[in-house]
Design a protein around this ligand. Structure first.
Ligand SMILES: [Zn+2]
Length: 80
C-alpha cells in the first residue's frame, strides 16, 4: 500500500504536510530509520534527534533535517 501524504508547498519546499499529525507520522518514520543507522554507528546509543515538524508561513507543515554540523557539535559536546 502506498499513500502520498504530502504535496508541494507554496513556500518552495516540496514536502508539505497538511497538518501536524501528517507531519508527525512522517517524522516518526524518518526517526525510526535514523535510529537504526545510529545504532550501527555507535553501538546502541541513538544520537540526539533534532528533526522536528514546524508550520510555515503558508500554513503547511514541514520537517527539518538535522545538519551534519549539528551532529558534529553534538558529538563534540558529549566528548568533552
Ligand atoms: Zn511551506
Amino acid at each position: 500500500m502506498k499513500t502520498v501524504d504530502f504535496r508541494p508547498c507554496e513556500c518552495g519546499i516540496k514536502r508539505g504536510f497538511l497538518d501536524r499529525r501528517a507531519a508527525g507520522k512522517a517524522l516518526g518514520r524518518a526517526q525510526a530509520k535514523r535510529d537504526r543507522q545510529a545504532q550501527r554507528m555507535d553501538g546502541g546509543h541513538p544520537i540526539l534527534r533534532e528533526n522536528r515538524a514546524y508550520e510555515c508561513d503558508y500554513g503547511m507543515w514541514h520537517l527539518t533535517k538535522q545538519s551534519r554540523r549539528a551532529y558534529e557539535e553534538h558529538a563534540a559536546r558529549h566528548a568533552a
